[in-house]
Design a protein around this ligand. Structure first.
Ligand code: CA
Ligand code: CA
Length: 368
């Protein structure tokens, strides 16, 4: 069985797609592709393995201190985490310009802008939480792909010192990602961690199939990229973020992102070093929380960076591919490395990937 992870790396000002190949993929290693630091043209990068190096040689030091900062006044919705399915809001159909003519990361295929028409749909107002996923697993006995494979990717900054000392390899070019045995949605930082005190945080370490299985169980589905982006924009035209163009209007944080120097120091100015409880930040104009930041969110689309400029109705992306589109960025995103907490921004992972910053939410055609 092949299981390949895709990581992102900023090299010489260019975001490089850095795949990590594990297990039986090891024979497919192609270090020349992984180690090359291309100028932009990143869309041409091949899938290949990253070199690994001893942990001792890595120089990054993790951010591991929690710091409460802004947002002293929590959202009214906070604390309303549910042990059932998420509330949904109607996203009234309409047309919008998907993508942008001013891409923050051109290699990601953010351009060109294209006119898209969408039918109405309902969207969960929050990322699916660990509590909700636990209900699903309790009802179905579902086993996630990370649990089957026996490992998942964890950001070094959230690992315990004990566990870090046991790991002997890391991705050479992106040493902040470590493959951790036993990491899963129940144990986000490995076997010595649990979710007891954060059941209202987004569920992590779920693959694309895992996310789809949850949505199907809920009689829902993953959003298309177009639906997700339309919902993110919440009726605003040509804006970077769900709330406008300023990242922190009047000094207030509107999303759980990274402040400080990635990957070595996260100041936690927004109140959270890692994930936050869902709905800790203000909703957008459609009543949707955490559309950018907190956890990345899977969409149903296959990945491509080539888009038609023809008007489209309810586009569903390419018919096939190797990676799936994810949207919104995460608590790990900083402008210097991952300027992807914009509605037009996008990234991708192989469908069987899972990591400590990737989750999802569901949509439906029907009110439920
Ligand atoms: Ca944060
Ligand atoms: Ca999110």
């Amino acid at each position: 069985m092949t299981r390949c992870f895709t990581l992102l790396l900023l090299v010489s000002g260019c975001v490089t797609r850095l795949p990590w190949v594990l297990g039986s993929c090891g024979a497919e290693r192609d270090l020349s592709a992984a180690q090359g630091a291309p100028s932009c043209g990143c869309e041409n990068l091949r899938r290949a393995a990253a070199a690994v190096e001893p942990v001792e040689e890595r120089t990054s030091s993790p951010a591991d201190k929690y710091s409460r900062g802004a947002n002293e006044e929590p959202s009214e919705a906070r604390g309303h985490e549910r042990d059932t399915l998420s509330q949904m809001v109607l996203i009234s159909g309409g047309e919008f310009l998907m993508g942008t003519d001013d891409p923050g990361i051109p290699a990601d295929g953010e351009s060109p802008p294209r006119r898209v028409h969408l039918d109405s749909f309902y969207m969960e107002i929050q990322e699916v939480t660990s509590r909700q996923f636990e209900s699903f697993v309790g009802a179905t006995g579902y086993v996630t792909e990370a649990e089957k494979f026996g490992d998942s990717f964890v950001f070094e900054g959230v690992l315990s010192e004990t566990l870090k000392n046991q790991i002997t390899q890391a991705v050479a070019a992106a040493p902040w990602w470590l493959p951790v045995k036993g990491a899963s949605w129940r144990h986000p930082e490995g076997p010595d961690s649990n979710i007891t005190d954060r059941l209202d945080h987004p569920v992590l370490h779920v693959s694309w199939a895992d996310a789809g299985a949850y949505c199907s169980w809920a009689n829902r589905r993953l959003p298309t990229e177009a639906e997700w982006e339309y919902a993110c924009r919440s009726g605003l035209k040509d804006r970077l973020y769900p709330w406008g163009n300023k990242l922190t209007p009047k000094g207030k944080h509107y999303a759980n992102l990274w402040q400080g120097d990635f990957p070595n120091h996260n100041s936690g100015e927004d109140g959270y070093i890692t994930t936050s409880p869902v709905m800790s930040f203000p909703a957008n104009g459609f009543g949707l929380y955490d559309m950018v930041g907190n956890a990345w969110e899977w969409t149903s689309d296959w990945w491509t960076v080539h888009h038609t400029t023809d008007e489209q109705h309810n586009p569903k992306g390419p018919p096939s591919g190797s990676d799936k589109v994810k949207k919104g960025g995460s608590y790990m995103c900083h402008k210097s490395y991952c300027y992807r907490y914009r509605c037009a921004a996008r990234s991708q992972n192989t469908p069987d990937s899972s990591a400590s910053n990737l989750g999802f939410r569901c949509v439906s055609e029907e009110r439920q």
